[in-house]
Structures are given as structure tokens and as C-alpha cells.
Design a protein around this ligand. Sequence first.
Ligand SMILES: [Zn+2]
Length: 101
Amino acid sequence: MDKTFSLTNAAVMGNQLALAWSDGEENYYTFEALRRACPCANCQGEPDALGRVVRPNPTLGPKAFDLISWETVGGYALQFRWGDGHSTGLYSYQYLRNLGD
Ligand SMILES: [Zn+2]
């Protein structure tokens, strides 16, 4: 079942990001949880030739959990920039909603 929703507001509160959605839901994420959930291939790994996903275990320093900025991408995702310069993860709204539940 597809629900259609869009992001109506994003705000930093302390060390959390608060997202408000057009259907009235709100989700809160700590920066650390957000960064650890980064969906990019560097962070989550890619299947190898045998289809096994080797999960990298990147070492994340304290700066990795500083949320510097974010922007919306294509009306369906957020891209975060982190204190260590990492910014390749595209967090789709659906992914963020699942994370927040
Ligand atoms: Zn990443």
C-alpha cells in the first residue's frame, strides 16, 4: 500500500533532526542513528560476485555525527552533509519513514 506524503519541515533540535510530513507524521532521528543508517554503498556495502553483502565497518570519528547541512533531492529524498565531509548517501523519504517507525 503506497501512501503519498512529502516532507513539510526539517529542523535540528539539539542533536536530533526532526522531520514533519504532509500526512501529519513526525519523526525524530539522532544524528548518530542517521549517519549509521547512511544508505550509500560505502556505508552499507554492495553485493560481491556471489551475492554476499560484505558490510564495511567504516571507522566513524566524532565529526562523522555532526550534521552540517542537508538538501532535498528531486522531491523524494534528503542528502545530508556530515562533519567529516561525507555526503554521498541519499535518504529517500520512504527510507526515512521506515527508519523513524
Ligand atoms: Zn554513506
